[in-house]
Design a protein around this ligand. Structure first.
Ligand SMILES: NC(=O)c1ccc[n+]([C@@H]2O[C@H](COP(=O)([O-])OP(=O)(O)OC[C@H]3O[C@@H](n4cnc5c(N)ncnc54)[C@H](OP(=O)(O)O)[C@@H]3O)[C@@H](O)[C@H]2O)c1
Length: 274
């Protein structure tokens, strides 16, 4: 049983990334994201996951400014959206994200989805940004084995991270093993299944055994699999609760039970049909 967990993992290029962060997909009302980012930093989060398509990079930048934290203590991820893919347009999209976030570098920049016509040129643009030291690590999102096989055929830089949907209800051991074998860190999105499974009886029993919520169990499940995870909340109490997962450990038997909940349940598109 993995009782104690490191709060950072080391990526394939040697840089450290927090294993638990704030996902901030939320169009939301004005200043909602700004406040959430500030509360998250106050609660101890150091990884913030945004994307140009979330239309909240300005507020993420403002929330970071409000917190007063120094930039080098944070790990900021953004992503290039589908309609900005391509070589030159990705380079432009990156600069626009930096401007909105009020920063002069990113920690991680991802290809948001594997758009078949443009993903190759987009990846080459990310390699250029990486070699120019504008970003500390580059990676992909929503890439399954066939997308990664193709990418590794032309890439000079192996993606440091692959961010894809993961939870006990969408447990993908083959893709996890593939990533591990290639040195690509898996990062899971929608770890809480957007609240849709929080009353599942197996999940509730595990939560009760540890005096934790089902949401905290879902986060801990990802961490114990070595998956970087980014639960989203804009509520201060829930932001705090989602970070309060370091003082318990799911047992091996419980992990097996949770793994068996897999039923292919997803909240986002299946990348294989994208
Ligand atoms: N790469 C991609 O294609 C992709 C796709 C989807 C998501 N993502 C990333 O992954 C992040 C997380 O995924 P997600 O936002 O789709 O879903 P999620 O994190 O599984 O669920 C978020 C939902 O759960 C609620 N919630 C959070 N903590 C809770 C708690 N402790 N108790 C009760 N309810 C709680 C939130 O509401 P409140 O805010 O009201 O608390 C929100 O409605 C996104 O924000 C984004 O950064 C990436």
């Amino acid at each position: 049983m993995n009782q104690s967990l490191e709060k950072n993992i080391v990526l394939n290029n040697g840089i450290e990334m927090p294993i638990l962060g704030l996902g901030i997909y939320a169009p939301g009302e004005k200043n909602e994201v700004r406040r959430a980012v500030n509360w998250a930093i106050e609660a101890g989060y150091r990884l913030i996951d945004t994307a140009s398509v979330y239309k909240n990079e300005e507020e993420v930048g403002q929330g970071i400014k409000d917190s007063g934290i120094s930039r080098d203590e944070l790990f900021i991820t953004s992503k290039v959206w589908d309609d900005q893919q391509g070589y030159e347009s990705t380079l432009r999209a990156f600069e626009q994200s930096l401007e909105r976030l009020q920063t002069d570098y990113l920690d991680l920049y991802l290809v948001h989805w594997p758009v078949s016509e443009t993903r190759r040129e987009t990846w080459l643009a990310l390699e250029k940004l990486y070699s120019d030291k504008r970003v500390r690590a580059i990676g992909v999102s929503n890439y399954y084995e066939s997308h990664l096989d193709e990418l590794l055929g032309y890439a000079s830089v192996t993606p440091a991270v692959n961010q894809f949907e993961q939870s006990p209800f969408l447990y993908l051991p083959d893709l996890l093993s593939y990533c591990k074998e290639k040195g690509i860190q898996p990062e899971g999105y929608a770890p809480l299944v957007r609240g849709l499974q929080h009353k599942n009886s197996v999940l509730m029993a595990v939560a009760e055994n540890h005096g934790k919520s089902t949401y905290q169990v879902l986060i801990r499940w990802a961490l114990q699999h070595g998956i970087v995870t980014i639960p989203k909340s804009t509520n201060q109490e829930r932001i705090k609760a989602n970070f309060d997962v370091w003082d318990f450990a799911i047992t091996d038997a419980e992990m097996d039970q949770l793994n068996k909940l897999d039923a292919g349940i997803r909240v986002a598109n299946d990348p294989r049909d994208y």
